[in-house]
Design a protein around this ligand. Structure first.
Ligand code: 1CP
Length: 349
């Protein structure tokens, strides 16, 4: 079934009326209206777990800018939280869990959450947002990739960007990562399908810490679980016509393998060329990306030139969703985001 949304059409590599654009972390701290609501609500978790607040935050960027998709305001850490790890959010330190996992017995004892009960707040947000959008824009549902979630669960605390504990486990006790994946894969499948049933029109997996792994670990802990998720989700009538996007940050050299997992699109970070990824994937998948997020800190002329350079790098033909190579940072001036969107939409398709 064809879609009238350019975003969905681009993910299927169909012709578009203009190049679609949305930005990772388009909702967030760079928006004064986000900071105000967050303060009023009490904190990040009070935004996340309250569907009316989460809906409002989801809609803030699409009200302000002419974006082509909304992304559900939630977090990838909702699944480990629902497994009982206890998500906390400490200002200045980011997310962390009250409990971490260090033993096989602890991993084996983790429950697989039922999204209808354990993540009802997310599904309620999807329903409310879908109602509010009323078909004007598609909503992106998402989940974290199993490796990235496992890395947080093994590490426990936030702020440890290099994940030393998680990487030690990959080397010393890879079966612990696999036991976690055996819980996270079915949990993620159920979660994504529930979001699709609640109204999400595209589904994205964030494997944000894929770049930490050596090639063998990447195959075992990133490719294999993602393939299982994509295969099962795609086989379900609830999600058959909902394009999937895989974003494995720092994994540009694995583009060919990622492109063969069955998802319609790959998210691409800014360290690789879209033209190279297109070649590596034989032009069989759509690409989403990949402006360096720091370009939003440059003067407007330089930003607009950087946007045109990404578009030129992608080259002719359908299948490009413009995005950053990672999220909008809190220090960005919202006016720059407006200029970016304007430049993308003004470019020829
Ligand atoms: O107010 C605040 O300070 C909260 C900052 C914040 C926000 C806005 C966090 C905490 N999460 C979110 C929302 C969020 N997280 C979205 C919403 C939709 C949007 O993009 O607008 C999404 C898709 C995520 C996904 C997410 N959370 C990822 C994957 C994407 C990425 O950035 O790589 C990751 C790694 C997280 C964990 C997380 N949650 C929050 C922070 C600060 C982090 C990163 C922590 C770390 O670096 O370890």
């Amino acid at each position: 079934m064809s879609s009238r949304h350019d975003f969905i059409r681009a993910l299927r590599r169909e012709p578009v009326t203009r190049r679609p654009v949305w930005l990772m972390r388009q909702a967030g701290r760079y928006l004064p209206e986000y900071r105000a609501l967050r303060q009023h609500a009490g904190g990040f978790l009070d935004l996340l777990k309250n569907p009316d607040n989460a809906c409002e935050v989801t809609l803030q960027p699409v009200r302000r800018f002419d974006l082509d998709a909304a992304i559900l305001f939630a977090d990838i850490l909702t699944i480990p939280d629902a497994m009982g790890l206890g998500l906390e959010f400490v200002a200045g330190r980011g997310p962390l869990f009250r409990r971490s996992i260090s033993r096989l017995t602890e991993a084996r004892a983790l429950p697989v959450p039922d999204p209808q009960t354990d993540l009802a707040y997310v599904l309620d947000t999807v329903k409310i947002v879908t109602q509010e959008l009323d078909g004007r824009l598609p909503l992106i549902g998402f989940a974290g990739g199993p490796w990235t979630l496992a890395a947080y669960m093994l590490e426990g605390g936030g702020g440890a960007r290099e994940f030393p504990r998680a990487r030690a486990v990959v080397n010393a006790q890879p079966e612990l990562v696999e036991v976690l994946a055996a819980k996270l894969v079915p949990a993620t499948i159920a979660y994504l399908l529930a979001q699709a049933r609640a109204g999400a029109e595209a589904l994205m997996l964030f494997e944000s810490w894929a770049g930490l792994l050596a090639p063998e670990g990447f195959r075992r802990h990133v490719l294999a679980p993602l393939e299982e998720i994509v295969t099962v989700v795609k086989a379900d009538p609830a999600a058959q016509d909902k394009p999937m996007i895989l974003f494995a940050k720092g994994a540009g050299q694995h583009a060919a393998a990622l492109g063969g997992l069955g998802a319609e699109a790959l998210g691409v970070d800014w360290t690789v060329s879209l033209a190279d990824v297109r070649r590596a994937t034989n032009n069989h998948v759509a690409l989403q990306g990949n402006l360096d997020p720091a370009a939003l800190l440059a003067p407007e002329d330089a930003l607009r030139a950087a946007v045109r350079a990404v578009i030129a790098d992608f080259g002719p033909g359908p299948g490009h969703v413009f995005n950053l190579g990672h999220g909008v940072t809190p220090d960005v001036d919202p006016e720059r985001v407006g200029a970016l969107v304007d430049e993308v939409h003004g470019a020829p398709v």
